[in-house]
Design a protein around this ligand. Sequence first.
Ligand code: SF4
Length: 450
Amino acid sequence: MTCLKPEAAAPSETGPNGADFNPFAVMQPRRPDAIPQDFRNGGRVKAADVAPAGVYLPNNNKMTPAMRSPDYVQMSTAAAITLGIMPGMLYRCACTRCLNLLLTYPEGCRANCAYCGLARHREAERDYADRNFIRVDWPAVPMAEIVEKVAADGEDTPFHRMCISMITHPRSDDDTVTVLKQWTDRIDPATVPVSILSNPTTMQRVDVETLKGLGADIFTVALDAATPEIFDRTRGKGVDSPHSWKKYWDILMDARDIFGPQKFGAHIIVGMGETEADVLHLVQQLVDLGGHSHMFCFFPEKGSLMDHLPATPRDQWRRVQLARYLIDYCDVRVERMAFDGEGRVTDFGLPQGELDAIVDAGIAFRTSGCPGKFQEDISACDRPYGDSPPSNIASYPFQPAGADVRRIRHQLDMEKPGEAYEPGEEFDDPDDGPDDDAPQDRAAAAAGAP
Ligand code: SF4
C-alpha cells in the first residue's frame, strides 16, 4: 500500500433520500450466506499448510501462511508504515501514534458482526489474514520482530500507545496475556502504555484482573452498537453471531471496578440506525460511570454484511462528534442539550461564543480513542482514514485547521459570515495546517474553551 490520497468519488454528504441521518429501518444488514464445508474454520489455509516466513503482506503473497498468535499478530497499515515494515506515506500525517495489533489465526474471528471486514461469513471469500478491516490491510508480523524494533527505538519511539485487539477465538484470552507479557518484558509501559480492546464474549472477570496485573493501562469494550436492538441485529442473533449486550456490559462493569476512573471505555459506531439522542445518552452514561466513549463513523466496509448501506451523513456525524466532546471533556450534560422529534441535536447546551471556540479548536473532530502523550483529549489511536476516505474525512487523524474547519462548519450548518467553505479547497494545499507533531498550536486555541 502506498500513500493514501483523496479518492475521486467522495461519499455523499447526505444519507438515504437526502436525509441527514441514517434511520433504523434503512440500516438492516443482509443475511450471511452459507459457507462451503472446505472453507470453514480456515480450512483452505490449514490444508495448504504454508509455513510462515517473516512478514506477510496481505494480497501480495500467493497463499496465506498458517500463522498464529501469539507468535504472529497483524498490525494496521498505518502502524506498518510507521514501523518501516511497509513502504508508503499517510495523507497529511507524519505517522500514527498508536501501534494497533490484532490477534490472528487461520480460523479467524468466530463472530459475524455485520459491519466488520473480519467477520466469519467471509470464510468463503478471503483467508483471514487477507481481509480488510476498517478500510485497510493488516500485514501479519512476528511479535518478536515488533518488540525488537520498538525496544530498539527506546524513548525515541513514535508510538504513544500500543493496543492489543482481541478477536472472538478460543485462544484469544490466553494469547492476549502472552503478547502483553512479551511486550512488557522489553518495553516499559511508562514509555508506551498498553490498551486492551477486549472480546467480552470469551472473558471472565478474572481475565480483566490478569490483564491489569500485567501492566495494561486502559481496557475498552467494543460495544459498537448504541442500543440493545442494534447490537442484536448487527452482532448477535440477527447475523448468527455469539455476542450479547448483557455480557458486554458485565465486562465493562468489571473493567470499571478493576481499571478505575478514566481507564476504561467503550467503542460506539455512529450511524447504524440509532438516533443521536440514543448515542449521546450512552456517552453521558459512560461519563457518569467514570469512563470514556471512543467514536467511529459507520462506513460500509467492503465485503461486510452492511457494505450496501450508506455511510453516516457528515452532518449527523459532526453533531454527534461535537456533542460527545462536550460531554466527555467540557462538563456539558446531555440534559442541557435539545433534540428534535427524530432525536437530532438542535441545541448543544452552550452559548454560541463558547461553542464557536470549541469548533474552531478542531480537537472535537479528531479521531477519538485512548490518549497519547500530547494531551488527554487527543487520542494516540488516530486510525488514519479508518472510517472514511481522505476525500471526505470523518475522524481527522491530524489537527484540522483552516479549510478543514470551514468544511466542518459547513457540515454542521454553522458557517461564519464571510467564511464559507469552497468545496475541495482543503486539497489545494495538502500541507495546510499543523500536523499532530505540533498539537500545541491548536491546544492554545482550545485554552479558552470551558
Ligand atoms: S468480534 Fe470484532 S473482529 Fe470479530 S467480527 Fe465482531 S467486530 Fe469483527
